[in-house]
Design a protein around this ligand. Sequence first.
Ligand SMILES: Nc1ncnc2c1ncn2[C@@H]1O[C@H](COP(=O)(O)OP(=O)(O)OP(=O)(O)O)[C@@H](O)[C@H]1O
Length: 306
Amino acid sequence: MTITSAPLIEVAGLRKTYAGRAVVDGVSFGVQEGEIFGVLGPNGAGKTTTVECVEGLRTPDAGTVRVAGLDPVRDHEQVTRILGAQLQESEIQPKLTVREALELYASFYPDPLDWRPLAERLRLTDKLGTRFARLSGGQKQRLFIALALVGNPRVVVLDELTTGLDPRSRRDTWQLIEEVRDSGVTVLLVTHFMEEAQRLCDRIAVIDQGRVAALDTPDGLIRQAAGAIVISFTPSAPLDERELAALPALASVAHKDGRVTLTGGEATVDALLTLLARQHVTAHQLRVSDATLDDAFLDLTGAGQS
Ligand SMILES: Nc1ncnc2c1ncn2[C@@H]1O[C@H](COP(=O)(O)OP(=O)(O)OP(=O)(O)O)[C@@H](O)[C@H]1O
């Protein structure tokens, strides 16, 4: 993606402290109009605090946040007109029907979308008369997306959108988010699901302990990680540990149930094959695959080291 215009969301040197502890500590990133930008990180990394500062729900202790040039705290009214936030379950009256909720939230905005086609797109039409409390988890999530979009926002913030959904509903939701992006809405997505981030996001900021550990496209993050290739096999005879450890571009070695798993680069694969041939060892069930975002995440955040 070529970046030419000023970012729609700009976060610079953001800091937020609770009881003297900085939970967000100098976070900076820019979100371009029209992209799905992921904020990915382990539990407690500071993701929600960061996006709540973008939404104007929390006041930063230091740094600046701008949404279309506006300050989300000072210009809160204006920002809520261009930024759609995903509601929490507690914020919706359980007795409201889907139709009532859509009408109510549409009435808050000067230029709302027609909620009927929106409900249709989110497969809520046959649930319009159903009370919120009686919706399934997936239906509630779809309603949350509809309510975040009904104000016709330029940017939508979705936090842990697919947590608690079954795999089918999760995939349906991913497709929806892509449709939302394709309709021109910028998406700021908080997640701790790697597959979700890898599939959906144009770019990702990996947040770890309140800081940006890496910021790149999903493929770029994988390339940045030390072990871009994963090799696993069951050797016909034990291998010399020192020779394994000396393989070029090697990032890690693990042994489990007789299987050896290595991460590294192209040079690791070539040298391993030479080593196996020299030692007359056969590699049973040899699998060589590209690392996933999961592998890169563990490498970038150190979450895999214990
Ligand atoms: N209002 C608050 N008062 C005190 N501490 C808070 C408050 N809100 C968040 N924290 C702490 O700040 C840290 C970051 O929380 P935050 O919710 O931003 O993380 P997160 O990355 O979204 O985590 P998760 O994936 O678990 O939701 C956590 O240690 C949390 O306990």
